[in-house]
Design a protein around this ligand. Structure first.
Ligand code: VGL
Ligand code: ZN
Length: 204
């Protein structure tokens, strides 16, 4: 707790003690060529890797969520849901993209594992909030896909749990409406930054 700022307007973009990186659903099925592709999702991989490098260099914790559905998940069209079959647990589509440089020390959070419940948020029936609190985390930097589904729901839940949230705008891609999703997150108190701004803060 060495770098607390007394100025609350600038305190929540500071990368230091109490910060963690959450990478949402960077899985093959959400990439171009996958069964539920998020346009250009593969383009953010190098940027996500850069954030991973920065958090690793600072010794800060990294969490990676994954959509981890059973084969008969309620969100699939075959069961009346709105999505094609995607991210079925233990399949290639559910694996993280091979270019994502997730460190061994990262904590993987599996979500939407119940066949009869949809869960977009990485906090929904997972241990994420407890694990973050156990590590003294107060501030979450969020990257990944899809901006307008799992990222947004994870971010809003994080606010509900009392975490400060910073969305990494250059490390997220949406399915249909990223702009509206980002505006909604901003209106609820989320700060939105890009790599350049994080480095500026880091080197201050
Ligand atoms: C997601 C649709 C269905 C996501 C997951 O990760 O944003 N979107 N399941
Ligand atoms: Zn899903």
């Amino acid at each position: 707790m060495s770098n607390r700022s007394s100025n609350s307007s600038s305190s929540n973009d500071t990368l230091g003690d109490g910060s963690a990186l959450i990478i949402v659903d960077m899985q093959n099925d959400f990439m171009p060529g996958g069964s539920l592709p998020v346009p250009e999702a593969d383009k953010i991989i190098p940027v996500v890797n850069k954030y991973i490098e920065i958090f690793m260099a600072k010794g800060l914790p990294i969490f990676a969520s994954r959509d981890w559905h059973p084969p008969n998940h309620i969100s699939f069209r075959q069961r009346g849901g709105i999505w094609p079959v995607h991210c079925v647990r233990n399949t290639f589509g559910a694996k993280f993209h091979p270019d994502l440089k997730l460190p061994r020390s990262a904590t993987v959070v599996s979500k939407a594992t119940d066949p009869n419940r949809e869960a977009y948020s990485a906090f929904d029936r997972t241990e994420l909030a407890d694990m973050l609190r156990a590590k003294g985390i107060k501030r979450l930097f969020v990257a990944g896909v899809a901006t307008d589904y799992c990222v947004k729901n994870t971010v809003l839940d994080a606010l509900g749990h009392g975490f400060e949230v910073i969305l990494l705008e250059d490390a997220t891609k949406g399915l249909t409406n990223s702009t509206a999703a980002i505006e909604e997150m901003k209106s609820k108190g989320v700060k939105v930054i890009r790599l350049e701004q994080l480095i500026t803060v880091r080197n201050r």
